[in-house]
Design a protein around this ligand. Structure first.
Ligand code: IPM
Ligand code: MN
Length: 350
């Protein structure tokens, strides 16, 4: 019996989570597994009403679950930074979800903004370090508000943190069993402390994986290759901020935020799965947002729980819907409503 903590969140989060849960229910029936859900109302909405974010006691409660399924959090009425750090990053950090796994896979060349790229050309995974780096929140102001002000933001990288992330990425290349190639994406030419540690750790860990080809690309060049030669990539490992940036570009070349899902993974603990687009306030309540990213997140969650067959079937159903049914991956242009797209996936799972 899987215990799933559901956080619908803000904006279109609840709408897409609804569709994801429909698909989860259909998958459970077909592949014969049992689960129960409990809803948690962490959100910008709740913060505006009560001032509450995610408390340490909430974290203790969440540790009892098999997985967390998140829609999106963020409300335009709340000052930037509060919900991000108080909800999303609080969950990622406190549950030590040190991997942010973001597959970049094109399901239909018609939705790719790049000329002449086919599904087989865009099929890679970004392993983003999810607990350290510039996201650590370390730094200070000096002489704040004066003309001599200095703002310092520290990128904090530990050998243990870097190594566990790199090892995960090597394992991921092996498990994918495709090009068996791992690219370290960094900035060794300028960020000479952090990336020296990353490069040294990468080279050392690589010795344990003679079957995996290794490569290195600076982050700026990586964005260029994403556009020019995405077929070069198999698995990419990078730090928290670079991973954040390149996966937005990754989402675009796979067809947009409507299809991009990710997992915040603690291989020894509770992981959290989410569509990577935000709460999309302008589409809220219109039944036009694309739920496929949220549905793909359910697939990733099931894969992580060990329901590989169900995960595969969900992906197959999504591929069919993308190729045979909907007209676009963009909100309002799919030719179907949010709920109808969910139904299309469910029908194919039966
Ligand atoms: C993401 C988001 C978050 C991040 C924000 C909302 C804190 O952009 O999941 O990529 O920067 O990690
Ligand atoms: Mn981001």
């Amino acid at each position: 019996m899987y215990k799933i903590a559901v956080i619908p969140g803000d904006g279109t989060g609840p709408e897409v989570v609804n569709e994801g849960l429909k698909v989860l229910q259909a998958a459970a029936k077909k592949f014969v597994f049992k689960y129960e859900t409990k809803f948690f109302d962490f959100s910008g909405k709740r913060y505006l009403k009560t001032g509450q974010l995610v408390a340490d006691s909430d974290i203790e409660e969440l540790k009892k679950y098999s997985a967390i399924y998140l829609g999106a959090v963020g409300d335009p009425e709340v000052k930037p930074g509060i919900i991000e750090t108080g909800v999303l990053l609080k969950l990622r950090f406190s549950l030590d979800q040190y991997i942010n796994l973001r597959p970049v896979k094109l399901y239909n060349s018609a939705y790719c903004p790049l000329k002449d790229k086919k599904p087989e050309d865009i099929d890679f995974v970004v392993v983003r370090e999810n607990s350290e780096g510039l996201y650590k929140g370390m730094g200070e102001f000096k002489d704040k508000g004066t003309k001599d002000e200095v703002a310092i933001q520290i990128s904090y990288n530990t050998r243990k943190g870097v190594e566990r992330c790199i090892r995960y990425a090597f394992e991921c290349s092996r498990k994918r069993n495709k090009k068996k190639k791992l690219t370290l994406c960094g900035k060794t030419n300028v960020l000479t402390y952090a990336w020296d540690l990353w490069q040294r750790t990468f080279n050392e860990v690589a010795k344990d994986y003679p079957d995996i080809t290794t490569d290195y690309a600076h982050v700026d060049a990586t964005t260029m290759w994403f556009v020019k030669n995405p077929e070069w990539f198999d698995v990419i490992v990078t730090d928290n901020l670079f991973g954040d940036i390149i996966t937005d570009l990754g989402a675009m070349i796979q067809g947009g935020m409507g299809i991009a899902a990710g997992g915040n993974i603690n291989p020894q603990g509770v992981s959290m799965f989410e569509p990577i687009g935000g709460s999309a306030p302008k589409y809220t309540g219109k039944n036009v947002i694309n739920p496929l990213a949220a549905i793909c997140a359910v697939g990733m969650m099931l894969e992580n729980l060990g329901e590989a067959q169900a995960a595969k079937a969900i992906e197959q159903a999504v591929i069919e819907v993308v190729n045979k049914k909907i007209k676009s991956l963009a909100a309002g242009k799919m030719g179907y409503s949010t709920a109808e797209v969910g139904d299309l996936v469910v029908e194919r799972l039966k």
